[in-house]
Design a protein. Sequence first.
Length: 208
Amino acid sequence: MQLPSSLVQLANERIEPFDCEGFLPGAGPADAKIMFVGEAPGETEIYNGIPFSGRAGVIFDSYLEDLNIKRDDIYVTSAVRSRPFKWGQTRAGVRRKYNRTPNQKEIQAHAPVLDYEISQVQPQWLVPMGKIAYQRLLGKSPRLGDVTGRVQTSPVQQWDEEAASYVWTKKNYNIFPIYHPAAILYNRSLEQTMKDYLNTLAAHALHT
Ligand code: URA
């Protein structure tokens, strides 16, 4: 989706104080029925300009395969659209950047981008993948662990400039929280549970 340049400029200005690099818009058709929301792009995604194109992307593609849908059928974005990094050293002692989880200020800095994408696409289904996306959209309660793989209907949080805080949308969305693909990479025992969740999502969002 083509984001308004003023919105991108604002997002870049607000993320500037933090150790973040690049800017990668979400991808997919503007009338997608399902929007998947991740955490933030990593090194690979910023390098090649495609969301979920690194190691987690292989797992993300397997989600779509299980759902029997293609990237062109869905919209994929994340809470933060720049790559948060931290400096570290390789075993050979070379200084380099490593991916890290975005913090709340970084999530706020890019909140207007995600809000815009949601308002434009108006997806019937929002699929937050992992805790960062889930809490960005639904806050801390109910806990993600209590609702993963379950259908909920709920408003979502959007950033309010005047209040300088999140407010709830008037509109309700169908929400289906799932594991972030990286969680499966690090814990293969979640794989079967994830397949069961995707069957549930397909039954509700695709076969109705
Ligand atoms: N994790 C995300 O949340 N998004 C990406 O594009 C890659 C990894």
